[in-house]
Ligand binder design. Structure first.
Ligand code: ZN
Length: 308
């Protein structure tokens, strides 16, 4: 069965939506083919507040957030990852509220050694959308429990979309802030060298064994059956891998040629992103000796390795 996405979402931009007694979301004014209906900024707490993913550098979004905060104190700003649609507004918010900014680390902090090697010796392109001015007051690690206000929030390291991507779990309430790792409207972009498909698959496997029953993603609606979506995305990526292997099994192809071959009904505005996703698959397949190429780049031709 094909994966099914929910692309029916019409949030009121800049307005507060109540999700739980102590949780609201405000959608930023940055809708686009890559950001869907806009970045979702979550605000947790009733008196002292925690902001998850402040969003892009937008004056309008900043004033929507400040209007909701009112006279209350913001203690912490949590970042799922350092893409320009998620983290930049943290700096202005910190200036205005004095809150600490908490995240995993720089964008390349947790690249695998293979990806480090590839990216230092080759031109892979990519690195689009990285927040180059990221500023963190505190770096966190996998399984760390943050005691913030009355909450205990577990850090779940989920590299793949970006190596510094983390999710935040309110464990006793079975809530996960899933950032761009798992969303309900589309699969996430994986663009090497910061995007890493092998890591992404491991991060999906990691979530598949967790107990959260609702995900609040960085874009789009909450996911009410998150585990189903996680499993569907694992299958979707495995199917894609099969299609790519088939596509290069008879003739060598470039990532762009593979996209034309295997993506049906692709929205033309997403072609560049699809090429990056295919490149991510090819790197993963190369690492596993399933494809070969003379030189590694976005325009190189790849072929299937002799069966082993
Ligand atoms: Zn992102």
């Amino acid at each position: 069965m094909a994966i099914s996405f929910d692309t029916n979402h019409e949030p009121l931009i800049g307005k507060t939506e109540q999700l739980e007694n102590d949780l609201v979301v405000i959608t930023a004014d940055n809708a686009s083919p890559m950001t869907f209906t806009g970045t979702r900024t979550y605000i947790l707490g009733t008196d002292n507040l925690i902001i998850i993913d402040p969003g892009p550098d937008s004056e309008a979004h900043l004033s929507s957030i400040m209007r909701y905060i009112g006279k209350r104190k913001v203690t912490d700003i949590l970042l799922t990852h350092s893409h320009i649609d998620h983290s930049p507004l943290s700096r202005q918010l910190k200036l205005k509220t004095g809150a600490r900014i908490i995240g995993f680390g720089s964008a390349d902090e947790a690249r695998t050694s293979f990806m480090k090697k590839l990216s230092s010796s080759l031109d892979l392109g990519g690195e689009e959308g990285i927040d180059k001015d990221l500023l963190l007051d505190e770096k966190v690690h996998e399984k760390q429990i943050l005691k913030l206000n009355n909450y205990s929030i577990e850090v779940v390291h989920t590299p793949g979309h970006l190596s510094n991507h983390i999710c935040f779990s309110l464990k006793e309430r079975k809530i996960l802030f899933s950032g761009d790792h798992v969303m309900g409207w589309a699969t996430t972009l994986i663009s090497p060298p910061d995007g890493d498909l092998g890591s992404f698959m491991n991060s999906l496997e990691k979530l598949s064994s967790r107990q959260e029953v609702i995900y609040y993603p960085g874009h789009g609606k909450p996911l009410k059956e998150p585990r189903k979506m996680v499993l569907a995305q694992i299958k979707h990526r495995r199917d894609r891998e099969e299609q790519i292997l088939n596509s290069v099994s008879k003739i060598p192809r470039t990532p762009a040629e593979i996209v034309d071959d295997v993506y049906v009904d692709l929205n033309p505005t997403l072609k560049a992103a699809a090429i990056r996703n295919v490149l991510a698959h090819l790197i993963d397949l190369y690492e596993r000796d399933k494809v070969s190429t003379d030189k590694f780049s976005q325009t190189a031709k790849f072929s299937r390795s002799n069966e082993n």
